[in-house]
Each structure stands twice: as C-alpha cells, then as structure tokens.
Write a protein that binds this ligand. Structure first.
Ligand code: GLP
Length: 262
C-alpha cells in the first residue's frame, strides 16, 4: 500500500485531481476503450472535483471517453433530491465537464427491485471492462462506500443499513437526523477491490482513527478500509491531521519514500 501524506487538504485535493487526470491521459481512452472511474461523494472529494473542473476548462483533461460508476446512493431519495448522490454528482462535477450522460452510472435509490438493480450494476461494470481507478472517501468508523463495520470483505453491490454513527455524521447535510435514510445501495468491498487501482482519501482529525486502523491495524471487517491492505495497488492519500494517529515511524517512513513520487 502507498500512503501519501500532504500538509493540508488543499494540497491533497490538488494531488488527487492531478493523479486522476494523469491516469486518464496516460490511458489514452477512446470510445471503444474508455477509462472507467469509480467515484465517491461526501465533503472530502469536493475540492478534487473543483480542481478537475478547472483542469478540464484549461484543456488539461477530457472526460469524453470516461465511464463512471458511483459508489453508493440512499434508498428512497429521487435523483432530484438535493441530498441524493445523483444530485451531488450532477451539481459538483458532471454538469461542468464533457462527460456523456450515457457514460454516467449511479445506483437507483428509487428502484423497486434492489437485487436486480445491484446485479445490473455489477454487470455494467464488468461490461465496461472493469474499473480502472476507484476513488473513495472514508467514514469515521472506517467504512468505504457504505460498507459499514462488519460488512463482508467479499461483499458485492447490495442493500446496507446504516449505523447510528453514520446517520449522525451524515445528518449535517439534512434538516434533521430523522430525514437521513437508514438504508442505502452500495458497491461492496470486493467490488471496490476488483478495480485495477484504489485511491482512498481522508482529511481532518476525525478520520485519524480510521486511517490508523486502515494502515496499521489488522485486516478486519470491523474497519472495512483495512481491506485495502490486500489490494496490489492501493493508495491512501491523507492530510497531516488524518495521519496524526499513525505511529511516528509509520509517518516518517511514508513521508520519506513518497517525497519525490507522484
Ligand atoms: C458517506 C459516503 C462515503 C464517504 C463518507 C465520508 O458515508 N457513503 O462514501 O466516504 O460519507 O464523507 P465525508 O467525506 O463527507 O467525510
């Protein structure tokens, strides 16, 4: 696993955006061979999206041949609900870039048939050639996508029930805690780990415990971020605050070996 520690969240977002653009450009995607990108919502990736929009406007990257799959969606929120992940992606990213609407994939939280929706989503990823780069954030309890503690590390896309702690954390975006949906559709841990490369981003002190468990803890379904330890090309990108609970030796090691790397 690579661990990249940046001084603050702005530098971190900048690095992430440049890395995504570099990966897309290096791949030289075409209509028949698109670059497949897994995407997260949340406050963590917002600056990365803003940076990617600027890079697109300057002609440094194009999304014309990029196919996206979002990680998750709340059950019961229609696409035009301001707290749905459909809405988030549209407002914060898709409407500002040259991506084709038919290349965008999000789970439908309004579906009547969860099993079919999840199976179709897995199939669509496979049909697209698999995900080249899956980007994610992390919850305070170490969840990636909505894979709450005790999610199977072999899980695929399915329905999950949120923990009280996640409902509380995400209630900051809703009028009240009662309005936060308790169930979601989410890609599984194995779905994320099937990507060629996985980049998990974390900033701020409240992610420090999750980052410590993900990097220094054992592989465990209690902290699902730890699944990244088994990925051959996993990257954790964090700011100094999110890295603050790592041992000084771990921090020093990664800061030294990554200092000149992209
Ligand atoms: C939600 C999302 C996760 C995200 C997490 C952290 O639970 N399902 O994908 O990583 O929130 O969000 P934030 O970046 O706002 O801290």
């Amino acid at each position: 696993m690579r661990v990249i520690i940046k001084d603050n969240k702005d530098i971190m977002a900048n690095w992430a955006a440049n890395y995504v653009a570099y990966k897309i450009n290096k791949f030289r995607p075409t209509k028949n061979k698109p670059f497949v990108l897994g995407l997260p919502t949340g406050s963590t990736p917002l600056k990365m999206y803003a940076e990617l929009i600027k890079m697109f406007q300057k002609g440094k990257v194009s999304f014309a041949h990029v196919v996206t799959f979002n990680m998750d969606e709340y059950i019961g929120l229609p696409a035009d609900h301001p707290q749905s992940y459909h809405y988030f992606m549209q407002e914060n990213f898709f409407k500002h870039i040259d991506i084709k609407p038919s290349n965008v994939h999000l789970l439908d939280g309004m579906t009547k048939n969860y099993e079919k929706e999840c199976a179709d989503y897995e199939k669509a990823m496979k049909d697209a050639g698999g995900v080249n780069l899956f980007i994610g954030g992390v919850g305070r309890d170490g969840h990636i996508a909505f894979n709450e503690p005790f999610s199977s590390l072999k899980s695929r896309t399915r329905v999950k029930t949120l923990t009280e702690s996640t409902i509380k954390a995400n209630s900051r975006f809703f009028k009240s805690e009662k309005e936060v949906p308790t169930k979601v559709l989410t890609v599984g841990i194995e779905t994320i780990m099937s990507a060629d490369e996985v980049l998990i981003m974390a900033n701020d002190k409240n992610k420090a415990e999750a980052i410590k468990h993900g990097i220094e803890g054992p592989l465990s379904h209690v902290w699902t971020i730890s699944a990244l330890q088994q990925h051959p090309h996993g990257i954790i990108l964090c700011d100094k605050e999110a890295a603050s609970e790592l041992s000084p030796e771990t921090r020093a090691y990664f800061m030294e070996i990554e200092k000149d790397n992209f």
